[in-house]
Design a protein around this ligand. Structure first.
Ligand code: ADP
Length: 161
């Protein structure tokens, strides 16, 4: 079975990577898909984010990386995925995620959404927190893959951690 893990990944964190690694064990193929959504005013371009994910998942042969726009349910169907994979960190994620899952179910009834509970070590991690810490020169080495830490250092004009 094939699954789709959609998101902004601006940038990829170790929390995302944990979901990807566990998802790749559950499914034959996992497509990690970056949503092209300029209204979110991203720090990294879609191409940079694709490259970050490619580098961090090069050890996972059944993981593919893609970009998409439009509806997630349409893209899932276009790439033959029967499952949308999402991560849950806390109760605060739940309401939004459940609403999206119900919306996708109403658009494509055969499509299932599967939630993976975050690893406890990553429960505080979000792309926004990572950007905030990096912006003010904090160490993000334990929050993101090495390549992303280097990209953040470059972006905020500091020396590499
Ligand atoms: P979106 O803008 O679609 O929410 P994100 O990149 O913020 O994109 O998140 C993509 C998915 O990864 C979401 O399901 C989110 O809940 C999940 N996620 C984000 N951070 C973590 C984490 N630390 N642990 C587990 N799941 C996470």
């Amino acid at each position: 079975m094939q699954a789709l893990y959609p998101g902004s990944f601006d940038p990829l964190t170790l929390g995302h990577l944990d979901v990807i690694e566990r998802g790749s064990n559950l499914f034959n193929q996992l497509v990690v898909a970056v949503l092209r959504n300029p209204s979110k005013n991203p720090c990294f371009s879609v191409e940079e984010r694709l490259e970050q994910i490619r580098r961090a998942t090069s050890h996972l042969p059944n993981v593919q990386v893609a970009a998409f726009d439009g509806l997630t349910a349409d893209f899932a169907q276009a790439c033959g995925a029967g499952v949308i994979l999402r991560g849950l960190r806390a109760l605060s994620d739940f309401e939004y995620e459940l609403q999206i899952a119900h919306t996708n179910k109403s658009l494509a009834p055969q499509l299932e959404t599967l939630f993976l509970a975050t690893a406890t070590t990553h429960s505080f991690l979000s792309s926004s927190v990572v950007k905030e810490v990096a912006r003010f020169g904090g160490n993000v080495g334990h929050m993101v893959p090495t390549g992303v830490a280097e990209d953040l250092a470059r972006l905020f004009n500091q020396s590499s951690p």
